[in-house]
Design a protein around this ligand. Sequence first.
Ligand code: ADP
Ligand code: MG
Length: 259
Amino acid sequence: MTATLDTAAALEIRNVHKSFGTREVLRGVDLTVRPGGVVAILGPSGSGKSTLLRTINHLEQPDHGYVAVHGELIGVEARGARLHELSPRAVRRQRTRIGFVAQSFNLFPNLTARDNVAEPLIAHKRLARPAAYERATELLAKVGLGDRGDAYPRRLSGGQQQRVAIARSLALEPNLLLFDEPTSALDPELVGEVLSVIRQLADSGTTLIIVTHEIGFAREVADTVVFIDDGVIVEQGPPAQVLTAPQQPRTREFLSKVL
Ligand code: ADP
Ligand code: MG
């Protein structure tokens, strides 16, 4: 392999391209995230944000370029030649260290909040049920739901369900946590409680990548704001730069629509 991996980075994305059919959705994305970094990704609908997160999480394989999480390669291919391919087992192991919280809460409807959080602990960490329940209750307490362990998802508000989903994503102690528009499906009055849990995670030093349309949140919580449009990163930098004094016309145009 010719490129040198930055093993100190929590995440390194180099020249990632991804097409679906003839449509190139990611057209050469480069991004480095340091451990403990909090990155907010902004961009119009259809610009490739979810595809980028899915590539990081190995739900999509880059056609070209690579993604490395803590110096471990997730997908590599250069000029058509596959340089390195992880075994499906290694991929699974890596994926357990990457948390993913989607827009829709994706809880098991037939399981209580506690069972939802305990499930990965039992399935992946092979914890015995009592230990898994104890840990699940701790995790629920961390998202402010320590007393709702017995509730089924349908009895919880959208904001509470999303917080259970966050607790579940924390169960396997991810070293990288991805959020794809975590508050987009919520009623406005429930957005704050979910953002405050994410803010707490940011403050605790977890490495976070958050696709969001909440510009105020990005400004306050992210150390880096990335603006992506049409499959490329148009601009990235500290919030004060990208959100307050964007250099690129496309960034300015986008912000003028959402602010
Ligand atoms: P965003 O999250 O920024 O709205 P996406 O990454 O979801 O954008 O999608 C970018 C483009 O890629 C869209 O045009 C979408 O229709 C297309 N796309 C995403 N996933 C697939 C897929 N699995 N097959 C075909 N096209 C896809
Ligand atoms: Mg999306």
